[in-house]
Design a protein around this ligand. Structure first.
Ligand code: DX5
Ligand code: ZN
Length: 213
């Protein structure tokens, strides 16, 4: 299992120290919220670029915004590997093309109430499918385990169509729920509050990675 810590619940007044505490992670997940697509505001591209400079981890940008087309260029900076937008947002097709054109890997996410059938038509065009395991907007919520049905379906489709997109989950990940994700076939797990509430984050990351034992 690859682990992508979300800095949303990190201590931003000690950002460098927080980033240094999760060096063994695989990606750094950045939650971008516009106060419209979700009922919360986080941070924008300026702070994201600073974060990118302060870490060696590749960035996994999660745009929870109504109009991602307006933001893709801003977030196509060095160090960004994935830009993920929501299927429930505006101009999905055009935005996916723009992400690709900017040389970034394309991610597409669905909220818990969006059926997997809506995502399936896009699987041939994406590098990553992000299944939300909480309602987007806030860290620290409870994992919705019925979302694993979507992960199982995405795995089957990937196999049947011989595709190789990554399957990521986001929200409510801890040492218990990651085992469920592993069994369902998740490749990347985002972990926010669980990791940043730990004293020893490196140990926490190692334990999450070993979820199959
Ligand atoms: C929720 C965000 C998540 C969140 C995860 O809107 O997309 O990335 O920060 O936080 P935890 O792990 O606390 O659920
Ligand atoms: Zn996220």
């Amino acid at each position: 299992m690859l682990i992508a810590p979300s800095v949303l619940t990190a201590d931003f007044s000690n950002l460098k120290r927080e980033l240094d505490s999760i060096k063994s992670a695989d990606y750094l997940h950045l939650d971008i919220m516009d106060g419209h697509f979700v009922p919360n505001i986080s941070f924008g591209s300026h702070i994201s670029k600073m974060i990118g400079k302060a870490t060696d981890l590749k960035l996994d940008v999660h745009l929870m915004v109504t109009d991602p087309l307006n933001w893709v260029d801003e977030f196509s900076f060095d160090g960004v590997e994935y830009i993920t937008i929501h299927l429930e947002a505006n101009d999905v097709d055009e935005t996916l093309l723009k992400i690709k054109k900017n040389g970034k890997k394309v991610g597409l996410s669905i909220k818990p109430n969006t059926p997997i059938e809506k995502l399936i038509p896009y699987v041939g065009e994406i590098d990553l499918a992000l299944i939300m395991t909480v309602e987007p907007g806030f860290g620290g919520q409870k994992f919705i385990d019925r979302q694993m049905v979507k992960v199982i379906e995405l795995n089957q489709v990937r196999k049947d169509l011989k595709l190789n997109y990554m399957i990521e989950v986001d929200g409510g990940i801890n040492l218990e729920t990651i085992k469920i994700c592993h069994l369902a076939g998740v490749d990347i797990a985002v972990a926010g509050s669980y990791l940043f509430n730990l004293e020893n984050r490196e140990k926490g990351i190692a334990e999450l990675k070993k979820c199959d034992v």
